[in-house]
Design a protein around this ligand. Structure first.
Ligand code: AMP
Length: 283
């Protein structure tokens, strides 16, 4: 594996790979890698000839009161994990090269960026879409791999790719979970043992929703009530939002008629966790 910091150097290296007729797969991450990230890396290794993983804690997607400085980092460990899997390039750009002092251009995916996660984290998706477009332009991947765990992010990035006529294909892969259902997240390391125990309420509330839908319930309000009850059953959990929404528009649906996304965000102290499920038409 080659570890590359410079944008130009990576571009040159990938030009060579492409000249050899290799397809390029790309997995953007903020590092502190876990099995969720690695599932994306493994998919890229399987489906493409040359896999690039970026590790970049992107400052523009964090709000002023968020955990940018405290976000967990361990590049040495990440590098070892990626090397063991057989990744071709680890790209860890310098924040100053990514965002020089005179940086002025941002990408906004209107409406999709303002709801749910966007409402709770103003400016977050503007930072995400800007950095992902920059990374796409640098890497020029054939395929880029994202996790279902960040469902709104994946929906928004697909829209950006469509709207801006990018040639990359986006693949979204299932959420990887701990045995007790908690979705893997770099932020889980912040949880105290008590919060960690309580944190299963996210997946438990989603299981409850799935059960209700399977037994014929179609009213979103009742499903959300039941989910809220599960969250409120944990003293350490504070609900941010529950969303039962259309998979494309992210607009709330009252009656579940077709595929929907059920997503939620919950605070444990100042640690904020998210989770979601897609309910397909067959459920
Ligand atoms: P992050 O490092 O948090 O920016 O995440 C990088 C990529 O990994 C994103 O596409 C995430 O959706 C994905 N990801 C994070 N957690 C999981 C998980 N538990 N299962 C699958 N993918 C994940």
């Amino acid at each position: 594996m080659k570890t590359i910091k410079g944008i130009k150097r990576l571009k040159t290296a990938l030009k060579d790979a492409r000249a050899q007729g290799k397809s390029v797969g790309f997995v953007p991450t903020m590092g502190y890698l876990h099995e969720g990230h690695l599932s994306l890396v493994k998919a890229s290794l399987k489906k493409t000839d040359c896999t690039v993983v970026s590790v970049f804690v992107n400052p523009t997607q964090f709000g002023p009161k968020e955990d940018f400085k405290k976000y967990p980092r361990d590049l040495e460990r990440d590098s070892q994990l990626l090397e063991n899997l057989g990744v071709d390039f680890l790209f860890c750009p310098d924040p100053v090269e990514m965002y020089p002092a005179d940086f002025k251009t941002y990408v906004e995916v209107e409406e999709l960026q303002d709801v749910w996660e966007g409402r709770s984290r103003p400016g977050h998706f503007r930072g995400v879409s800007t950095v992902v477009l920059k990374l796409f332009n640098i890497v020029q991947p054939d395929v880029a791999f994202f996790g279902q765990k960040d469902a709104q992010q994946a929906i928004l990035l697909k829209k950006m790719v469509d709207d801006l006529n990018l040639s990359v294909r986006i693949e979204v892969l299932p959420t990887v979970r701990e045995e007790d259902g908690l979705a893997l997240s770099s932020r889980n390391v912040y949880l105290t043992p008590e919060q960690r125990k309580a944190a299963t309420c996210l997946s438990r509330s989603l299981d409850e929703a799935t059960q209700m839908i399977r037994s014929g319930e179609r009213r979103s309000a009742l499903i959300m009530d039941q989910m809220r009850e599960v969250i409120e059953g944990e003293d350490l959990a504070k609900l941010d939002y529950i969303a039962v929404v259309d998979m494309d528009s992210l607009e709330a649906v009252n009656e579940i008629k077709r595929g929907v996304l059920i997503a939620l965000a919950v605070f444990f102290g100042n640690i904020r966790l998210i989770d979601n499920i897609m309910i397909s038409e067959e459920e």
